[in-house]
Every structure is written in C-alpha cells, then in structure tokens.
Ligand binder design. Structure first.
Ligand SMILES: N#Cc1c(-c2ccc3cc[nH]c3c2)n[nH]c1N
Length: 243
C-alpha cells in the first residue's frame, strides 16, 4: 500500500516514521509520502486560504492550490486511489472503515485547516472518478486534519500483513468481534496486594476463553451498549446472554 498525505504542516506527520509504522516502511510493507501543500502555490506569500463566500468566521482553503496538488499526487489513469478528507462533518471512521481501506492499493489524505477545503475540490475529484471519503474520527473539533490522519493511518497500517508481530493481535483486538476487549494482566502474580484472576493462571483454555468473553461482554454492556445493540442476532449464544 502507498499512502500520500498533503498538508501545510508536514512535520505533524513525522510520527509516521517512528516505531511500528516506521519499521513497516523500512521493511517495505507500506510506502508513506508527505507533501507540503505550499509546493503548489505560485505567489510570494504561498497563500493557501481565502475569505469564505457568504461571509462568516475564518478562512477557506483555495481550490486552485488543492486542485494542482491532487492532480499531481492522485494517480492518473485506471489505478484506483481513495481520497480521504478528514472533517468533523464526515461519516464516522470505525474499525470497519480501517479494515476496508486496508485492502486499497493507494490512499491519499488531504489535511484541511482553517474552516476546511473549498467543496469544489471534492466535487472535481469525484467527477474524475476518484472515490472520496469525508470521515470524522470523533464528535469533537480539532484545528486541522493532520491528527486525524495519524489516527487513521495507524489504524489501517496495523492491519496490513506483516506489520503486527502477531497477526492474532489484530484478529482479537477490540471491535474484532464487535465487543470491547476485556482486561489484561501480566507478571507479577500479585502487585500491591492485587492478584491476577485465578482462572488466567490455571491453564484451562476453555475456562480462560469463557472468562475473557464474559469480561468483554460486561465491559461492552457497561461502556458501549450501542455495540451490543448492533451485533447480529446470532452473535450471542445462551452463555453470552447469561452474563
Ligand atoms: N477528522 C476529523 C475531525 C476534525 C477536523 C478535521 C479537519 C479539519 C480542518 C480544519 N479543522 C478540522 C477539524 N475535527 N474533529 C474531527 N473528528
């Protein structure tokens, strides 16, 4: 997978070169290219924004600059790419979204600032046959799209083959079965007079699996009942429903 990010703050994306993702790039499991949007300005001030038509607070990012940038960054021709535009007005970005995007060959992220990007940039991309997703990482307001891109790139990249040391991690993490992950423990067996639950030290794998499922159901019911309501009818068996 190749990921391109267009932004006026390239340094915001430096964390993508660190740790797990940095190692995945070094190992050739994915490519990440970050582009400074100001590269496509032609005035001495490198202006990327202008006042909004119709008035109102703040500034809007200019279509000419974004248009030239995406003309260069988005692949021409049949090779598919998905243009992702983070926005508080977007559809929710979820684990389901991450899983779907993990199958893409190309993802191009457009990081807005100010009051966002002129709508015609998205209309033009769609008119050129580009899939455009306007997504939000949560119901709160950031000051730009860069942090959202860090979140989304990490969520997608960890699902790519070979990125996680143990592929079971992605298969068994929160949301993988529609539930929140339950609690985890490691050594020592007792810490500040708090003991690891006996069942986890007992070696009975069926009992451990049942205990973990019960804790996941309890936590999901307590913190995210909406996820339980969204489960398919046959997702919970009699033992689950007894929790
Ligand atoms: N995704 C997302 C966002 C944003 C966001 C995204 C882009 C821009 C550009 C200017 N302000 C922005 C806020 N706020 N909250 C979210 N969940």
């Amino acid at each position: 997978m190749r990921i391109d990010v267009v932004t006026i703050f390239p340094a915001y994306l430096d964390p993508l070169r660190e740790a797990l993702l940095g190692r995945a790039v070094e190992r050739g499991l994915l490519e990440i290219a970050v582009h400074d949007l100001r590269r496509w300005t032609h005035d001495v001030h490198q202006a990327v924004d202008d006042a909004p038509y119709g008035g109102g607070p703040g500034m809007v990012m200019r279509p000419q600059v974004w248009g030239e940038a995406l003309d260069e960054v988005l692949p021409a021709g049949p090779q598919p790419a998905r243009l992702v535009v983070p926005t508080p007005a977007g559809r929710p970005f979820t684990q389901t979204t991450a899983r779907a995007w993990a199958d893409e060959q190309r993802l191009v992220f457009a990081c807005g600032r100010y009051e966002g990007i002129d709508e015609r940039v998205l209309l033009d991309a769609r008119a050129r046959g580009i899939e455009v997703d306007e997504v939000s990482i949560g119901d709160y307001v950031l000051v730009g799209g860069e942090v959202a891109v860090l979140v989304m790139v990490e969520a997608v990249a960890r699902l790519l083959p070979g990125v996680l040391g143990n592929p079971r991690s992605a298969a068994e993490d929160s949301f993988s079965d529609g539930l929140l992950e339950g609690p985890s423990y490691t050594r020592p067996e007792t810490w500040r007079e708090l003991a690891v639950p006996d069942v986890l030290r007992g070696g009975n794998h069926a009992a451990i699996a049942r205990w973990r499922r019960d804790r996941a159901l309890e936590r999901t019911r307590d913190r995210r009942p909406d996820l339980l309501d969204a489960l398919p009818p046959d997702a919970l068996d009699a033992a689950d429903r007894a929790v």
